[in-house]
Design a protein around this ligand. Sequence first.
Ligand SMILES: [Zn+2]
Ligand SMILES: [Zn+2]
Length: 167
Amino acid sequence: MEKEYKTCTGCKKLKPRTDFYGHPATRSKLHSRCKECFKSSLKTSRLNPDHKKRWAEYQWRSVLRRLYGIEQEDYENFLLAQNNICAICGNNTGSARTSKLHVDHDAETGKVRGLLCSQCNNGLGRFHDSPDLLRKAANYIENPPAKTIQLQARKHKRGDGNKVKHD
Ligand SMILES: [Zn+2]
Ligand SMILES: [Zn+2]
């Protein structure tokens, strides 16, 4: 039979079982601290201005582990190696939600490649992370088809973009 009384690990008082919240995972099926201690610890942690920050930090760490398999220390090492800026364009604009640079990883191997700003991270995704496609895109911008085509002369020219030669 279960004991009728239990000593609280918070206030160290011997209290009846009804003074504790249930906790199915423990041997006694009760929380280690009494209801009073439990409530007051909740209150102080909510009032603590660091609580929100610590919670955000805790969540960030768990995202790094779960999604990318790296530790916060690894993330900081990447930042250090990249001078705190995007590895492609050099901006330091991070995600809108966390304001941190994105962790870019190889979708096939799951391995982290580096940190990127939102724009570059999205950009790579639009080109399916394909170096071939990205090279073609760069080549397209430097040598667009427009270079080989004589555009029709327009009656009303706008600006001096396409000056038509008159021989
Ligand atoms: Zn207590
Ligand atoms: Zn960038």
